[in-house]
Design a protein around this ligand. Structure first.
Ligand code: ADP
Ligand code: MG
Length: 341
């Protein structure tokens, strides 16, 4: 028996956004990463972040970046709307974290969101309220001039995607993941002041610093004398590596690799680094912060919607840089008394 074929229809926009949101915002930490990226891309020098119940109840972010104009505000929350690229070739000389124009649309599709934004020139702030992808309010209010930046309040994440909510791991796993993300920004942009608040705890303040070393010393004030640090070049590739003995505690284990300022989750590079550390330091435990600076046309960041995977053309050069830098740091490390025969 031949059955009647069902009619094919285009999905409504807000449903597409909800489906796409699954790729970009798998868990609250992904959302926090996206809004921190936007605040950095907006040229902010101060970012305040407050997180309640691991982001499920409230995530609020306030930055002092360039803000958004009233007419642009609804566009920012539309899919594939970006101010960061206009041609495909731009992807290979990116200076911004963002380029896909889908984070805010994804976030708005699965939360209750309120955004207030003001540009430097404006005497009014623009405001938008969106719930589950549907705009409830778009307007402006007088503020007088002098302030600029963007404030985002995101409540009840996943309220309309209960299946996603069920997949959220244990409270502890989420908390650890969020802290890893937040510290990835603290460790990639020392010049920006970060104020971070979890639930009802006091806020942690990391003042803006000129160098990454100073920022690392703010995180590990007692480790100053023991931090190992090297900068090495190999042709056009540069690596800056910091090692901090694991006996010094941070809110979370810091093992971060950045490529051109972007936090990446690359199993191969982490494995190479941890093997090199084992071989050189005989199994001692370290926090590490590794920053690669590579020619933008040798990397491809357009691999996954959450932008934490990067394809690198010169991966073998990066691996030799990592191993040779660890060896060099091994020879710099002061001999401990217990090792003197
Ligand atoms: P992308 O970052 O890939 O462009 P997003 O959905 O994250 O996409 O953001 C869409 C647009 O909204 C950005 O291109 C930017 O113009 C604007 N925007 C987002 N967040 C901010 C912010 N904190 N300050 C100023 N502009 C912002
Ligand atoms: Mg973005």
């Amino acid at each position: 028996m031949v059955s009647v074929p069902p009619k094919i229809d285009l999905l409504p926009e807000h449903l597409i956004d909800q489906i796409k949101a699954g790729e970009v915002i798998e868990r609250p930490g992904n959302l926090i990463k996206e809004i921190l990226e936007n605040a950095v891309d907006a040229g902010s020098t101060k970012i305040e972040l407050s997180i309640k119940n691991n982001g499920l109840d409230l995530i609020s972010l306030k930055d002092n970046g360039h803000g958004m104009r009233k007419d642009d505000l609804p566009l920012a929350f539309s899919r594939h709307a970006t101010s960061k690229i206009s041609r495909f070739e731009d992807l290979y000389k990116l200076r911004s974290f963002g380029f896909r124009g889908e984070a805010l649309a994804s976030i708005a599709a699965i939360s209750k969101l309120h955004c207030i934004s003001q540009t430097r020139e404006s005497k009014t702030a623009s405001e938008i309220k969106i719930e589950g992808g549907l705009t409830l309010y778009h307007g402006e209010r007088q503020t007088g001039s002098g302030t600029h930046g963007t404030e985002l309040q995101i409540q009840d994440l996943f309220f309309n995607t209960p299946a996603r909510l069920k997949f959220i791991q244990s409270q502890q796993a989420e908390k650890t993941f969020i802290r890893k993300i937040v510290f990835a920004f603290i460790l990639s942009r020392p010049e920006i002041e970060f104020q971070i608040k979890f639930d009802d705890a006091d806020k942690d303040i990391y003042p803006g610093r000129e160098t990454l070393r100073e920022r690392i010393e703010d995180i590990f004030p007692k480790a100053k004398e023991t931090i190992l640090h090297s900068e090495r070049f190999y042709e056009n590739n540069e690596l800056t590596l910091f090692l901090i003995p694991g006996s010094f505690k941070a809110p979370v284990k810091l093992q971060n690799i950045f490529i051109n300022g972007r936090y990446i989750l690359d199993k191969q590079l982490h494995r190479v680094l941890s093997n090199a550390l084992d071989a050189t330091f005989g199994g001692d435990d370290f926090h590490y912060v590794a920053h690669f600076h590579l020619p933008p046309d040798t990397i491809d960041v357009n691999v996954h919607p959450n932008k934490t995977v990067i394809k690198c053309l010169e991966i073998s050069k990066m691996i030799s840089l990592l191993t040779s830098t660890v060896k060099e740091l091994g020879s710099k490390r002061p001999v401990r008394e217990s090792q003197i025969p």
